[in-house]
Design a protein around this ligand. Structure first.
Ligand SMILES: [Zn+2]
Ligand SMILES: [Zn+2]
Length: 241
């Protein structure tokens, strides 16, 4: 991972500020969910997993985008869990942008109000899905193309987004720094999540920078060595079905 001095811009923490690609992280809602704003030299941006919940959080995101002079063109989600989707309806309104999600997570959008209530969230509006993500597809903005990698397991329609030139992976809740996403929620499956990680993500290479849906950034190389869920499978102690 390139060393970047953390820089704050309002509430946004700039994680990466390189020639082609800029990444800011804003951590929102009681689940401490990472919302990423990603932009390139064109000024066009995408918002990944908009989890802004309170008015203050929405304002922080809006202000960040304004201060940086960005033009959001899409709200795109790694998956449909409510903590990752709380802000999508508001940013769709503010910027008039489409929302992209994998169709196998649509059931989570449909049940967001009920699920939200279980966790104490008031979900007043659920966003409509405008673009269906598919494995092997692309999310395009400015001069940037993100590859869509379907990684079921945490949810059936979970995707990771990968920028191959700078080797940047948005891993959502599939893999965290030294942990993995829960598989005990509706549609979750441990065998699938491990297969997604081992067959689809690790082959991208150890130098890949990883930006997860919760917690700190990492690299796939770090995870190969220190993620206990990966090492126990690699060492043959556990075999996912
Ligand atoms: Zn989740
Ligand atoms: Zn989450």
């Amino acid at each position: 991972m390139p060393s970047v001095r953390p820089e704050r811009c309002g509430r946004g923490e700039i994680l990466r500020n390189s020639s082609g690609m800029n990444i800011a992280k804003l951590t929102f809602n009681p689940f401490q969910e990472n919302t990423y704003v990603l932009w390139d030299d064109s000024g066009e941006a995408v918002v990944i997993d908009a989890g802004n919940y309170t008015e203050k959080e929405t304002e922080a995101l809006r202000k960040f985008v304004e201060e940086k002079g960005l033009k959001p063109v899409m709200a795109v989600n790694t998956h449909g869990h409510v903590d990752h989707m709380l802000g999508v309806a508001s940013i769709k309104d503010i910027y008039g942008i489409p929302f992209a999600l994998h169709p196998e997570d649509r059931f989570l959008v449909d049940s967001a109000a009920v699920h939200g209530a279980m966790y104490g969230f008031k979900v007043e509006r659920v966003p409509t899905v405008d673009i269906e993500l598919a494995d092997g597809g692309e999310v395009v903005f400015g001069n940037t193309k993100l590859q869509v990698i379907h990684t079921p397991g945490h949810t059936p329609g979970h995707v990771c987004l990968y920028e191959p030139q700078e080797k940047i992976l948005f891993s959502g809740d599939t893999i965290f720094r030294e942990s993995i996403g829960r598989t005990d929620l509706p549609g979750g499956n441990y065998g699938w999540i491990m297969r997604s990680i081992i067959d689809r993500l690790l082959p991208l290479g150890e130098e890949v920078a990883m930006y997860p849906g919760h917690g700190q950034s990492s690299t796939l190389g770090h995870e190969m060595l220190y993620n206990p869920f990966i090492t126990e499978v690699m060492e043959g102690d556990v075999r996912p079905e």
